[in-house]
Design a protein around this ligand. Structure first.
Ligand code: NAD
Ligand code: USQ
Length: 381
């Protein structure tokens, strides 16, 4: 298949591009390089030293003989997007290309407006360009489990059957997102659902949980191919942050009580989930939702797991319950359905001690690059 990966220079997009290229697909990366600029704005860095996109692509070609085409530009630039789609005429458009940090979106009004404009306008442009140029192309859009929030009932995969005043319907599952970023994903979902219904587009919305790990089989092949890994208080995510904190002897920063429970998955499962969605496209007019995670954990559970593994590796680390910078529930019910990707063939990499130890040993190699001042959260809402 001809596949465009928007956001293909990022944490999820880069390993996905490599993986799909290795499976024999003709892969094009579209990215505006903004993620690298946000590091400069925040005075931060990736734990791993990442090569430029040009170096990455050249290395992959030298190693495998495969070409990753690159289109450097912004999804909010319709002319650029139009040109790219006309040139590639993709069968699948994988959309990772958004501002994805909840704290970044909550810095101030400007960052909230930027996040929602970037994400919502970018996705609207994708919808219109595909409708105009390649209406049969399957849009695989990265949503987030955080669109649902933490309701006091089981979370379904996208839709819920509701009985009301003697009548019944299957309706989109209620959304209660927790940041301006998570809200942007809800707006995207609504726009995509409308486009599928109104114009017959094929859409899969992947409500992904929090991704952990960094390496896939492909990114391990050469240091130039290494994936980025965020650890700061803005872009770093739970579990990856805890592992890196343990590596530098920093207390594990559990926010508040730590009962916040979320869905998690290994980066190796992210790339496979995209492949599965691509191999089983949504029908024309279908807006399909998969909950893309493999296990649920509370953040305190994860901190305890990291504490145990690091102790076995000779690092004595404390868990600190620091003041929660976020507006969110710290103890709540959480049970989310996630069967559809499994039914289509996903065999998850579950979080064993072995896997955790492997990631810990990897991050240890890079620990001298950590900027300690960036570890504590500074953005509150
Ligand atoms: P990332 O920031 O590492 O990568 C996103 C990439 O998109 C970056 O390379 C950035 O430069 C590019 N980008 C952003 N806006 C763009 C635009 N307007 N035009 C072109 N390129 C643009 O993020 P990630 O962790 O790889 O996440 C990818 C997607 O997966 C996001 O949509 C995110 O919401 C979703 N997601 C991520 C996680 C996670 O734990 N990382 C979990 C759930 C969902
Ligand atoms: N948390 C801590 N300590 C930390 C960091 C986070 O306790 O040091 C807590 C947060 O308060 C929150 C939970 O861990 O309750 C998750 O926070 P996170 O920063 O790991 O994840 P989140 O802000 O939800 O965002 C990340 C990605 C985002 C993606 C989302 C998936 O950045 O792109 O959409 O995970 S989900 O959480 O399912 O919505």
């Amino acid at each position: 298949m001809k596949i465009i990966i928007a956001g293909g220079d990022g944490f999820c997009g880069w390993p996905t591009a490599l993986y799909l290229s290795k499976q024999g697909h003709d892969v094009s990366i579209l990215d505006n390089g903004l993620r690298r600029e946000w590091d400069k704005e925040l005075g931060s860095n990736s734990l791993t030293p990442i090569a430029s996109l040009e170096e990455r692509v050249a290395c992959w070609r030298n190693l495998t003989g495969e070409t990753l085409h690159t289109f450097i530009g912004d999804l909010t630039d319709y002319t650029f997007l139009n040109h790219t789609l006309n040139q590639v005429r993709p069968d699948v458009f994988v959309h990772f290309g958004e501002q994805r940090s909840a704290p970044y979106s909550m810095i101030d009004r400007e960052h909230a407006v930027f996040t929602q404009t970037n994400n919502v306008v970018g996705t609207l442009n994708v919808i219109y360009a595909i409708k105009e140029i390649v209406p049969d192309c399957h849009i695989i859009k990265l949503g987030t489990m955080g669109e649902y929030g933490t309701p006091n009932i089981d979370i379904e995969e996208g839709y819920i059957k509701i009985q009301h005043k003697g009548r019944e319907d299957v309706l989109p599952f209620p959304k209660q997102p927790g940041s301006m970023y998570h809200l942007s994903k809800v707006h995207d979902s609504h726009n995509l659902m409308f486009a599928a219904r109104a114009w017959g587009l094929r859409v899969t919305d992947l409500n992904q949980g929090i991704v952990y790990g960094l390496h896939t089989d492909e990114t391990k092949l050469d240091p130039i191919l290494v994936n980025r890994l965020d650890y700061d208080g803005v872009f770093g995510t739970a579990l990856n942050r805890f592992l890196i904190q343990a590596a530098i002897g920093h207390d594990l920063t559990v926010y508040g009580e730590g009962g916040q429970t979320r869905g998690f998955l290994n980066i190796a499962d992210t790339v496979r989930c995209i492949e599965i969605a691509a191999l089983h496209p949504a029908d024309p007019g279908e807006f399909r939702v998969f909950n893309q995670f493999t296990q649920e954990f509370s953040v305190l559970d994860l901190a305890k797991k990291v504490q145990k593994i690091s102790k076995e590796e000779g690092y004595q680390i404390d868990i600190a319950h620091i003041e929660n910078p976020r507006f969110e529930k710290e103890t709540h019910y959480y049970k989310a359905s996630h069967t559809k990707l499994i039914e289509l063939g996903l065999s998850p990499h579950l979080l064993t001690d072995e896997i955790l130890r492997g990631i810990f040993r990897t991050v240890i190699q890079y620990k001298d690059r950590v900027l300690r001042d960036n570890m504590l959260p500074k953005i509150k809402w």
